[in-house]
Ligand binder design. Structure first.
Ligand code: ATP
Ligand code: MG
Length: 449
């Protein structure tokens, strides 16, 4: 095993030339490199597994975690906020992981002790990290080491990226190890005893935001006798809406904490449309659809075969509430066809405001019932994360669309009860050619924006 000697100046796998060392962690060293095999020799990041201790137990655990890190990047890296895995290989018994280089800076640099971040920026940071975390959780993974050092702000657009999946764990975990993996201060109590859940990542994120708002690192806070984190006295500006949300994110008791990213997002951005839908059910959905129509200025008296019929929407809502996704997909297809005044053909050129209103109402129902796992909005988010459009032939599906289709596993033969990847449902255009499906989907996405 390597003793951690520097690799600077060497070439790995016959192509990655190591330029500089970026960091050295407990189990790995991270280097900046260039890929000499690609035109323009793009920059990349090479992580080399080299635990400081090399007794068998530690090495084996570290190898397993390194493998899990590579698998996580492979599964998540086509998302815009998570680096892509470029290679994973062994050379002379040493393991290496190559990933996309993020041109940006560590969030640590934005959080010097004693300096609070402006409130709007801290809120935006929370929103940004929630987006990345949602992708991780939807893949049934927990990151377990959310902290400023593992967040990077990309120079090109200021977006915050989530890195370092060296502590990632699938959830629920098949094999529970009573090990504290994480970083003190950001680590929730349950994680200290090896029982991390999705909420543990939300706890860590809450701590990062509290640190941003106060300029105080999390291990310097104390708790009251009742377990409340005492942090608000460090605030310069008060924010009555955000403060209780952060309090809930960093609650000691798991039962008091948010259970999912979606819950936090709902608390941060309560949508009146969602409330309407939740409390009024069918009537709400219909009202929404009709409001949509009015907003688009459809004149009364125009043909109204496109408005979603009450019983169809109600049926969809019921099927969705029973989580019968396949059936709901069929219902959705019927609803969409109906809104186009068609029985079997999707038209590319008959997208009246009513079709869009139906799309919005149907999408809200899917999002509600699946806790945002399924629905067109989810597909749209994933699609937006795939930004490799280049050189596609006219008429052919774009690279993003092929990737979207793969990510959502639309080729899958479904078995009953099997959970599908986020965004998989509804795939109402099954059987249509990929080029046409993409055009239809883009029209549909346009209704949502
Ligand atoms: N994809 C990347 N692009 C740019 N810089 C990166 C990238 N990945 C890592 N870095 C830089 O290298 C540092 C260390 O990387 P990372 O956090 O993955 O490993 P670590 O924390 O040292 O490792 P360990 O998994 O052993 O804890 C990061 O804090 C960041 O500054
Ligand atoms: Mg790290």
């Amino acid at each position: 095993m390597s003793t951690g000697n520097s690799l600077i100046g060497t070439t790995l796998d016959g192509r990655y030339f190591i330029l500089d060392k970026l960091a050295a962690g407990g189990f790995s060293q991270t280097y900046l490199a260039i890929d000499t095999r690609l035109p323009g020799t793009p920059t990349c990041v090479v992580k080399h597994l080299c635990p400081i201790r090399d007794d068998n137990g530690v090495l084996k655990a570290a190898q397993e975690m390194f493998q899990a890190e590579a698998e996580a990047l492979q599964a998540l890296g086509n998302h815009d906020r998570i680096p892509q895995l470029l290679a994973y290989f062994q050379e002379q018994q040493e393991l290496y992981l190559v990933q996309e280089w993020i041109d940006g800076h560590s969030l640590l640099m934005e959080l010097p002790i004693g300096l609070a971040m402006p409130q709007a920026k801290a809120r935006a940071l929370l929103d940004d990290v929630l987006v990345a975390l949602d992708v991780v959780h939807q893949a049934q993974l927990i990151h377990r080491d959310i902290k400023p050092a593992n967040l990077m702000r990309r120079t090109r657009d200021g977006a915050v990226m989530l890195i370092d999946f060296g502590t990632v764990q699938s959830y629920p975990c098949s094999r529970e190890l009573p090990m504290a993996i994480g970083t003190v201060g950001y680590m929730a109590k349950e994680q200290e005893v090896g029982r991390a859940t999705y909420s543990s990542d939300l706890y860590a994120l809450g701590m990062v935001i509290i640190q941003s708002l106060t300029g105080v690192p999390p291990n310097q806070f104390v708790r009251s006798a009742t377990g409340q984190l005492l942090w608000k006295q460090h605030l310069k500006e008060r924010d009555r809406h955000l403060e209780p949300i952060l309090d809930r994110m960093v609650a000691l008791d798991l039962n008091q904490r948010y259970a999912s990213v979606a819950e936090v997002q709902r608390a941060l951005h309560p949508a009146p449309r969602r409330l309407l839908l939740g409390s009024l059910g069918l009537v709400g959905a219909l009202t929404l659809a009709l409001i949509g129509v009015q907003q688009f200025g459809l004149e009364l008296g125009q043909r109204l075969w496109g408005s979603p019929s009450a019983d169809r929407l109600e049926r969809l809502r019921q099927v969705l509430s029973q989580k019968k996704w396949d059936l709901a997909e069929q219902e959705t297809q019927q609803l969409l066809l109906h809104s186009m005044g068609s029985h079997s053909i999707f038209y590319l050129d008959q997208w009246t405001p009513q079709v869009c209103a139906t799309v919005k109402a149907v999408d809200l129902l899917w999002q509600e019932a699946s806790d945002r796992r399924y629905g067109w909005s989810t597909q749209q988010r994933i699609y937006r994360g795939l930004h490799h459009r280049q050189g596609d032939r006219p008429g052919a599906p774009s690279t993003e669309f092929s990737q979207l289709s793969q990510t959502l596993n639309w080729q899958a033969v479904r078995r009953s009860g099997e959970e599908m990847p986020p965004g998989h449902y509804p795939h109402v255009f099954r059987g249509d050619s990929p080029g046409t499906t993409e055009k239809l989907l883009l029209r549909l996405f346009a209704c949502l924006s």
